[in-house]
Ligand binder design. Structure first.
Ligand SMILES: Nc1ncnc2c1ncn2[C@@H]1O[C@H](COP(=O)(O)OP(=O)(O)O)[C@@H](O)[C@H]1O
Ligand SMILES: [Mg+2]
Length: 323
C-alpha cells in the first residue's frame, strides 16, 4: 500500500494516495483548485438530489436504482482505459459506468489498480489511452478545463489530510472561497450545514488534531460536500481508522447514498458494499473481472478470482494451507 508520504496537503488531494500524479497536469493548478472536492456552485440544496430519503438497503441492482429516481445518465463513463507506469501496465482496458445517483463499490486485491483508476477519473493520473467522461466532461480531451471538471468531483481518501493549522470550519471554507469564489459568510453557512450533516457542528472551532480519525474523516467528507460535488469518489475511506470509528463514517456514507449522491467507493467493507451499493465491481490485475448487483457478486461470485478474494476478505484470519 502506497501510504508512505503523509504530508497533510488537502489542497493537492492526498499525496499519499497519489503517487505519480502527473506533475505536468498537477502543477498547472493552484493548490486549492486541486483539492479534489469541488463542484458547480449550485448551493447547498444539491443534497435534495434524486430520491431523497429513499433507502438503498434493499436495492439489488441498477434497475432497482432507477426506480429510486436515478436519471440513468452516465456520471462516469470509462472505455478501454489503459495506464502504465513504465513497463508496468496497471490498468489493462477498463470499462466502467456509474449512472447518476448510483452507488458503485469497487473491490479487489491490493495492487489491482483501484486507486489508479479513481485518480485517472479526475486526472490526478494521465492514462495512456482510452476515454473517460465524468459529469459530462470528456476527461481525456486535451482541451478539457481540468479545474471546472474537478469542481464537480469530491474526493475522500484513506488519509484525510486536513490542514492541521486551520480549524475544522476553516478546513471546510477555504476552498469554497478560493475556488468557488463564495463570500466568507456564505462559505461558513454552507460549511456549518455540512458539519451538522456529519454530526460535527460542535467541533467547528477545534483543530483536526483534537479529533479522532473517524471524526477527521467526517470533516473531510463535510469539506468535500461543501463544494457541492455531483460525484463523490472514496478511496478506502475507513482503512486508516480505528475499528470503533469506522461505523460512524460508514453511516455518513450510507446517508449520503440515501440522499441520492452519486458515489464510487473503493472499500473492503463488504457489509457496506452489500447493503448500500447498487453495484459491485471486482478488479484484479488491472481488469474488471466481474460486476453486478452487490448481493449477487458478494453472495455468489461467478469467477474463481472473485471467490478467492472474497473469502480472504470475509475470513481474514483463515490461513491458506498449501496443497
Ligand atoms: N506512481 C506510481 N509509479 C509506479 N507504480 C505505481 C504508481 N502508483 C501505483 N503503482 C503501482 O500500480 C499498481 C496498482 O496500484 P494501485 O492503483 O494503488 O492499486 P490498488 O489501489 O488497487 O491497491 C501497483 O502495482 C502499484 O505499485
Ligand atoms: Mg488503493
Amino acid at each position: 500500500m502506497s501510504t508512505s508520504a503523509a504530508s497533510p496537503d488537502p489542497a493537492s488531494s492526498d499525496p499519499s494516495a497519489t503517487p505519480g500524479a502527473d506533475p505536468a497536469r498537477g502543477s498547472q493548478h493552484d493548490a486549492a483548485s486541486t483539492a479534489g472536492p469541488g463542484a458547480a456552485a449550485t448551493g447547498p440544496g444539491r443534497s435534495a438530489a434524486p430520491s431523497p430519503g429513499a433507502s438503498r438497503a434493499s436495492s439489488d441492482d441498477a434497475a432497482a436504482a432507477s426506480d429510486r429516481g436515478h436519471s440513468g445518465s452516465a456520471a462516469v463513463h470509462v472505455r478501454d482505459l489503459h495506464k502504465s507506469y513504465g513497463d508496468l501496465e496497471v490498468l489493462r482496458g477498463i470499462d466502467l459506468d456509474v449512472a447518476t445517483g448510483e452507488v458503485v463499490c469497487l473491490i479487489g486485491p491490493s495492487g489491482s489498480g483501484k486507486s489508479t483508476l479513481l485518480r485517472c477519473l479526475n486526472l490526478l493520473e494521465s492514462p495512456q489511452s482510452g476515454t473517460i467522461s465524468v459529469g459530462g466532461f470528456t476527461v481525456t480531451d486535451p482541451d478539457l478545463d481540468v479545474d471546472a471538471m474537478r469542481r464537480r468531483v469530491g474526493m475522500v481518501f484513506q488519509q484525510f489530510n486536513l490542514f492541521p493549522h486551520l480549524s475544522v470550519l476553516e478546513n471546510c471554507t477555504v476552498s469554497q472561497v478560493k475556488v468557488l469564489k463564495r463570500s466568507k459568510e456564505e462559505a461558513k453557512r454552507i460549511a456549518l450545514a455540512n458539519l451538522e450533516r456529519v454530526g460535527l457542528e460542535a467541533k467547528a472551532g477545534q483543530r483536526p488534531t483534537q479529533l479522532s480519525g473517524g471524526q477527521q474523516q467526517r470533516v473531510a467528507i463535510a469539506r468535500a460536500l461543501s463544494m457541492d460535488p455531483d460525484l463523490m469518489l472514496f478511496d478506502e475511506p475507513t482503512s486508516a481508522l480505528d475499528p470503533e470509528t469506522v461505523g460512524d463514517v460508514l453511516a455518513i456514507m450510507r446517508q449520503l447514498a440515501d440522499d441520492g449522491m452519486t458515489m464510487l467507493v473503493v472499500t473492503h467493507e463488504m457489509s457496506f458494499a452489500r447493503d448500500v451499493a447498487d453495484r459491485v465491481v471486482f478488479m484484479d490485475g488491472g481488469v474488471v473481472v466481474e460486476q453486478g448487483a452487490a448481493r449477487e457478486v458478494i453472495g455468489s461470485p461467478q469467477h474463481e478470482r472473485t471467490r478467492t478474494f472474497l473469502s480472504r476478505v470475509l475470513n481474514p484470519t483463515t490461513v491458506d494451507t498449501p496443497e
